[in-house]
Every structure is written in structure tokens, then in C-alpha cells.
Design a protein around this ligand. Structure first.
Ligand code: PEP
Ligand code: MG
Length: 535
């Protein structure tokens, strides 16, 4: 009976006590975490260090230090998350061998506590009493961090990347945490507390209003419908279809499943996952985007191949990588086709730069269909194909592409970085170019014009569509479909239901034909004068 056994027992016990629903992505996180706990390589390295004469404590520390050093050289948030899992396990092991069994969690929490930490592992979080824990503030952590995913499943607000917070807060201090606004106030003045309370009530009112609009139609005051769909990528996200009343998933980022997994998801596992997603969507359509990896989304198990690139955003990513890795794409195509047997399958390819790339990608799907047909397998009733327009070059060849596709989705996140030649991940550039710029809006207006006369749905699926003023401008240049983050559905619907379609069309033409430097200001003033709800 070793310390390893004891640690594994603890992990198994924690995992089995999880009581916030099954079938969520947090289960995959826990599974990955467990996999580390049972990792033979890790325990062997520690045992070898002990055999070389170190004490158990020193051996654990040494192995952890080496791992840390190796991982530090890799600049990858997902690997960093796995590193935190390992740190969590190492600390647990250390506590066991040093006989110091209790953790902070076991000391108990006072009521309405906010937990402050440098970082947390998912299992550490699970040890806390969820009824007393009101929030978590971490100095590290990111949106994709495992602990954040688990916290979300537990319904606990988390704020990550708050540098230096541990030194500013003493035990027992009052904190005001607003995870939506990414703010935390330490030892608030009574004025600040009052504002916070007001704000909270305001938010709750708004939330209630948005919730009451769930089943209301998304149409303008002059009766023009605007289809609202959501962006998703995790199984947990699918419940947002019901809570928001969205009409479908306009962008399902399939790479998320690959990113949270420690090893390449095999075809059968992908197929089960896609089928679960379709089941969860019921009658509503789901547009699956094929793998968009590379660039900033590097898979640890493909790491060796993605050699260091000078400009990863312009590099070997998305469809480019998939076409060179036909095996990967074939497996995904087969999994998607099998998962959608007897239903409609919507597939979309990312980063299409030239129409021939679309042809090549579709040929892979055609090949899988022919194969499954020969095997007399049940196929989807219908397959609809689409492309993302996020590389500006594609706009110049739409006449060739449009007859081949059923839908086009404008990815404004990448599109803007390419139009302005401004890295979307560079914080110094984040505020520099406005989505409400003549360049972007004229570009999109031109794309919409090019699609006239073709039987192709045009949508916007970047973050831009989830902001009220930006969405208003998009509707003004002829967009009738938005795929947005679930939290934005309510505010965007409220905006649409207070907008007159022909007025915004005319206004946008006016603003774009003779632009001023600050389009945002002009549009805001106009929207307010029209009584449009822009939040
Ligand atoms: C986009 O580029 O706008 C987009 C929706 O895709 P992603 O953010 O996943 O690159
Ligand atoms: Mg993109």
C-alpha cells in the first residue's frame, strides 16, 4: 500500500462524489485528471528518484521541478492547464507522504466564502463545500483552465488572472466579485457596496426580462426576422439552446474536444460525442465546423509536427492542416456522417482561402459517404456544406465558391485580424481597430451583395455579432443570421425587437457612404434617438 494508492483512492472518491450532473465536459476533465493520477510514467520517475537515494518528498519535488521546467518552454495554455493538474497531484502526494493530511478545504469554509488562490486543481475545487463557496478568484488560470470548466459546471463564478490578489486580501475581508464584468473589489466602501447592489438588482432584472423573451420571435419592428443561433464547443454548452431559445448552433467548434483531451480522440469517441450533441439539439440544427487547430490552438500530441512558426495565425492551421493530414480529416468526416445517420448533417470548413480547398475538403466527405454506402450503412438524410469566410482572399472568388455551398459564415475574429493585419491575441492592438469601422462593414456589405441571387445562407459567427451595437450595424449591411455566445442572445434579441429594419439599412448606407472617423459615436447617437435597446 503506497502513497500512490492512497492518492488514487482520494481522487477516485472525489470523482465519485461529484453531484452536479452527468454527461458534462467536466467529466472529461476529471477523466484526464484521473489519467494523470494513474500515469505509470510519472510514478516510475518518482520511484526511480527514490531509488537513487532521495527521500520521498525530495523525489516528488525533483520530478515536479523537472516537469515544470520542460513545460515552461512550451507556451500553450492547454498544456499549462495539464501542468496545474499535475501540480495538484504532486501537492496531494506530498501531503500524504509527509503525513500532513488535511487540506485547506478540510478546514472548512465559513458561509458565503470567496476562495482566493494562486491556482487550483479541479479536484481541489471539488473538495470545497459547494453550499458555502460563493466564488473563486485565481491569480493564474484562464478561460480554458480545467478548474474553470469544473467551476462552471458547479455554478460557481470564477475570475482568473487577477495578479497579486493574494497579497491584497486578508482572511475575513469583504469582497465584491462580479465575474461577468471581470471585476473584484476588496474591502469596498459603503458607496461601492451600494453601487454593486444596484448593479446586481439591475442585472437580475435584465436577466429576468431576457429570460421572459426566450420564446419571443427574433424580428424587427417592421417584421424582418433575424435568426439567432449560438456558438458552442462543449457538451455543456448545448443546454444553452433551451435556456436562450436560440434556433440552433451556428458554430460548433469541434476542436474543443481535441484540446481538452490528453490523447487524440479516436473515431468512435468522436462519433459518440457528435451524436450526443445532435441528440441534445433535438430538432434544432447544429453546424459542425471541422477541426480548426494550429495557430494558437496547438494539440500537445501533434506538437512535434507543428514546428515553431514565425506567424502562427498565418500559418499551417485549420483546413490547411486538415488537408495535409487527410487521415485526421477522414476520421472526423466518418464520425460526423455516422453520427448524423438518418438526420441532416451540417458541415463547415474553417479558413477556406480558395474555392479549390473547399472542393478538396468536400471530396474527403464524398469518399467516406461512398465507403459507408458500399457497407450499406445508414447515411444522413441530407448533408449541407458551408465555408467560413475569414480569409479576405476568399471574398474575391465568391462567384466560384457560392454555387457549391449551402451556407457561408463570416468569422469576424480572424477576418478583422487579417483585414487590419493586427494579431487578435496582441493586447496592445486589442483596442486599436474598431469592429465598427468602414473597412470591416463595407467589406461585409460587399460579401452580402455578392451572395444575392445565390441560394446560400449568410451568417456572422465571430464575437462581433454578440455585441448589440455591432449586431445592429451588421443587420444594417444586410446580415440576417447571427451565431453568438449564449449570454448575448437575450440582449441581441431585445435590440432586434426594438429596431426598424429599413431604417437601419438606410442609416448604415448613409454612414458607410460618407464615413466619419467615429462611426461608433454616430451609430450610438442614432440608436438612442430611435429608442433601440443597445444595453
Ligand atoms: C472567427 O474566426 O471569427 C471564428 C468564429 O472562429 P474562431 O474564433 O474559432 O477562430
Ligand atoms: Mg477563425
Amino acid at each position: 500500500y503506497s502513497a500512490f494508492d492512497k492518492m488514487r483512492e482520494q481522487i477516485d472518491r472525489i470523482a465519485s462524489q461529484i453531484d452536479f450532473g452527468t454527461g458534462g465536459e467536466h467529466e472529461e476533465v476529471i477523466a484526464t485528471y484521473k489519467m494523470f493520477a494513474y500515469d505509470e510514467g510519472w510514478s516510475r520517475r518518482i520511484n526511480e528518484a527514490i531509488d537513487s537515494g532521495l527521500t520521498a518528498e525530495a523525489a516528488i519535488e525533483r520530478v515536479q521541478q523537472r516537469t515544470r521546467m520542460r513545460m515552461r518552454q512550451i507556451d500553450d495554455p492547454l498544456l499549462a492547464d495539464r501542468m496545474h493538474d499535475l501540480e495538484d497531484l504532486s501537492n496531494r502526494l506530498l501531503r500524504i507522504v509527509s503525513g500532513q493530511m488535511s487540506t485547506a478545504a478540510q478546514l472548512g469554509l465559513k458561509r458565503d466564502s470567496i476562495l482566493i488562490a494562486r491556482n487550483l486543481g479541479p479536484a481541489e475545487l471539488l473538495e470545497y463545500d459547494k453550499r458555502r463557496l460563493r466564488g473563486v478568484v485565481l491569480e493564474e488560470g484562464s478561460l480554458t483552465a480545467h478548474v474553470v470548466i469544473v467551476a462552471r459546471a458547479m455554478g460557481i463564478p470564477v475570475l482568473g488572472r487577477v495578479r497579486g490578489i493574494r497579497h491584497k486580501v486578508r482572511d475575513g475581508d469583504m469582497l465584491l466579485l462580479n465575474a461577468d464584468d471581470k471585476s473584484v473589489i476588496v474591502r469596498p466602501s459603503s458607496a461601492a457596496e451600494e453601487i454593486f447592489q444596484h448593479d446586481l438588482i439591475d442585472r437580475q432584472k435584465k436577466k429576468a426580462r431576457y429570460a421572459s423573451m426566450r420564446d419571443a420571435a427574433s424580428v424587427t419592428t417592421d417584421g424582418v426576422p433575424v435568426t439567432l443561433m449560438i456558438n458552442a464547443g462543449l457538451r455543456d454548452d448545448m443546454s444553452a439552446l433551451a435556456t436562450t431559445g436560440a434556433e440552433g448552433v451556428g458554430l460548433f467548434r469541434t476542436e474543443f474536444q481535441f484540446l481538452i483531451s490528453a490523447t487524440l480522440p479516436q473515431r468512435e469517441r468522436q462519433q459518440r460525442f457528435y451524436r450526443d450533441v445532435l441528440d441534445a439539439a433535438g430538432d434544432k440544427p447544429v453546424i459542425f465546423r471541422t477541426l480548426d487547430i494550429g495557430g494558437d490552438k496547438v494539440l500537445p500530441y501533434l506538437k512535434d509536427e507543428a514546428s515553431e512558426e514565425e506567424n502562427p495565425a498565418l500559418g499551417w492551421r485549420a483546413l490547411r492542416l486538415s488537408l495535409d493530414h487527410a487521415g485526421l480529416m477522414k476520421a472526423q468526416a466518418r464520425a460526423l456522417i455516422e453520427a448524423a445517420a438518418g438526420r441532416t448533417l451540417n458541415v463547415m470548413f474553417p479558413m477556406v482561402s480558395e474555392p479549390w480547398e473547399f472542393d478538396a475538403a468536400k471530396a474527403i466527405f464524398d469518399g467516406q459517404i461512398a465507403f459507408l454506402n458500399k457497407q450499406k450503412k445508414l447515411l444522413p438524410n441530407k448533408i449541407r456544406y458551408g465555408a467560413m469566410l475569414e480569409v479576405p482572399a476568399l471574398a474575391e472568388t465568391l462567384d466560384i465558391l457560392l454555387p457549391k455551398i449551402n451556407f457561408l459564415s463570416i468569422g469576424t475574429n480572424d477576418l478583422t485580424q487579417f483585414l487590419f493585419a493586427a494579431d487578435r491575441a496582441d493586447p496592445r492592438l486589442a483596442e486599436r481597430y474598431d469592429w465598427l469601422s468602414p473597412a470591416i462593414l463595407r467589406f461585409i456589405r460587399r460579401v452580402v451583395k455578392a451572395t444575392e441571387g445565390h441560394d446560400v445562407d449568410v451568417a456572422v459567427c465571430g464575437e462581433m455579432g454578440g455585441r448589440t451595437l455591432e449586431a445592429l450595424a451588421l443587420i444594417g449591411v444586410g446580415i440576417h443570421r447571427l451565431s453568438i455566445t449564449p449570454a448575448a442572445v437575450g440582449p441581441i434579441k431585445a435590440m432586434i425587437r426594438s429596431t426598424n429594419h429599413s431604417d437601419i439599412r438606410a442609416k448604415m448606407d448613409e454612414l458607410l457612404n460618407a464615413p466619419t472617423e467615429n462611426l461608433r459615436e454616430s451609430l450610438t447617437a442614432w440608436a438612442n434617438s430611435q429608442g433601440i435597446e443597445i444595453g
